[in-house]
Design a protein around this ligand. Structure first.
Ligand SMILES: Nc1ncnc2c1ncn2[C@@H]1O[C@H](COP(=O)(O)OP(=O)(O)OP(=O)(O)O)[C@@H](O)[C@H]1O
Ligand SMILES: [Mg+2]
Length: 404
């Protein structure tokens, strides 16, 4: 959908009515010019990318545009190709399936791209529903194996024996009932990527078999006397504390080291709240069935402030439900408030000190680690803040790093 706005003022109104994924605007306009439009959009704390176009391109305007947070700046006359490329890049953040604006996710994707080019085994860590499977697919799609298969296997879903034949396959006659040869997922994933979801749930015997695959690049098909070579990239995920599993003897240490060659941690949604509005519009598009569903300010505030224990998946479910409850019109607070798995009991730090720590860490997160800004938001001096931070660090608590 493309909406036209006559001038800057009209554009601001149109953006308010939303939803809007991208603004392409002239710089010289009557009333509000393009740079002022950019300013109002940014003041509204909106992540919408803005592309500015001008016929009177001066270096000054370009610098101001970029400083003001424009996505890019195009000079007239331009060809369609140029515009197309920039638009594609601007929407690129949501082109794949992974929607984000946060630096945290940007970093995850950069690491994913980097490792994708190699054949290294990747271990994707993160809470339930953060998007681990999406990242696994992303790695596959950015690798040389992209034209090969991507084969997900949920290791928690099957009992041991079934999982074994699922993964490694069996020969005809391997056991009673094996009337035909059945290829395992490793064979199916040949020249592609296998995703071992919830790998910690694999039992010890299968862990040994998996280790062998990683070391020897060959599988033992059940009922076969000869190992079979496979060319498969292994990506594994877990939402558990895998190191603890190792300590408790539930997960082989040698396998852990094999898998952990390149760990990628997908941060929980509550640590990248800036992604929430974008995800909300993404899911609105998905569930609104083409109707013009919007979210009230109150409802959005609520969505931005929740703990999201179930992460993106939970947000997705809440939006799906809210669309229905709102009769596909305006989603109000009540539509997003009830339901959901959690909350309320959530914040129960046992002391003022813990409360203070929570507040300080959350504030630091929200200003991307900027000490000066955090101190001013909190109404304390930078020095006091530094002292607190040092205290937390001494306790082994991770503090968002950032400027000064
Ligand atoms: N950045 C994102 N943009 C769009 N959709 C997302 C994003 N992250 C997660 N999702 C969606 O949220 C849901 C959960 O994602 P996914 O299955 O990848 O999570 P997971 O970490 O593998 O969860 P689990 O640990 O429960 O297996 C999916 O429907 C996925 O499409
Ligand atoms: Mg998953």
């Amino acid at each position: 959908n493309i909406s036209l706005a006559e001038d800057g003022m009209a554009a601001v109104e149109a953006v308010k009515r939303g939803p809007c994924d991208l603004i392409i605007s002239d710089v010289k306009m009557p009333g509000k010019n393009g740079l002022e439009l950019l300013e109002s959009v940014r003041a509204g704390d909106s992540p919408i990318p803005v592309i500015l176009i001008t016929g009177y391109g001066t270096v000054n305007d370009a610098v101001r545009a970029i400083k003001g947070g424009a996505f890019d700046y195009i000079q007239k006359p331009f060809d369609a190709e140029t515009l197309y490329t920039v638009v594609k890049r601007a929407l690129g953040r949501k082109n794949g399936n992974i929607v984000h604006v946060s630096r945290a996710v940007e970093q995850v994707l950069l690491n994913a791209q980097r490792v994708a080019r190699s054949d290294a085994t990747v271990l994707i860590l993160g809470e339930s529903g953060v998007g681990k499977e999406l990242v696994a697919k992303y790695i596959h799609q950015h690798s040389d194996r992209r034209s090969g298969p991507f084969v997900p296997v949920n290791c928690a879903a099957l009992p041991e024996n079934l999982l074994e034949s699922e993964l490694f396959g069996y020969e005809k006659g391997a056991f009673t009932g094996a009337s035909m040869r059945k290829p395992g997922k490793f064979e199916i994933a040949d020249k592609g990527t296998i995703l071992l979801d919830e790998v910690t749930e694999m039992d010890m015997r299968l862990q040994a078999k998996l280790l062998r695959v990683l070391q020897e690049k060959e599988i033992e098909v059940i009922g076969s006397r000869f190992p079979k070579a496979v060319d498969v990239r292994v990506v594994a995920t877990t939402n558990r504390d895998i190191k603890k599993y190792v300590e408790e003897g539930k997960f082989r240490e040698d396998l852990f080291y094999r898998l952990n060659v390149f760990p990628i941690l997908v941060p929980p949604l509550r640590e990248r709240r800036e992604d929430i509005p974008l995800l909300v519009s993404h899911f609105l598009k998905k569930f609104a069935k083409g109707m013009d569903v919007s979210v009230s300010d109150e409802a959005m505030e609520f969505l931005k402030s929740r703990m999201w224990k179930g992460n993106v998946r939970e947000l997705e479910n809440v939006i799906a439900r809210a669309c229905i409850l709102s009769d596909y019109s305006v989603i109000e607070l009540a539509h997003v408030k009830e339901g959901g798995e959690e909350e309320k009991k959530e914040i129960k730090p046992s002391s003022v000190r813990e409360m203070e720590m929570k507040l300080i860490l959350e504030t630091l997160n929200s200003v991307e680690g900027n000490r000066t800004r955090a101190a001013s938001v909190l109404g304390i001096t930078v020095r006091t803040l530094r002292n607190k931070i040092n205290e937390y660090k001494a306790l082994g608590i991770q503090v968002p790093s950032g400027v000064n």
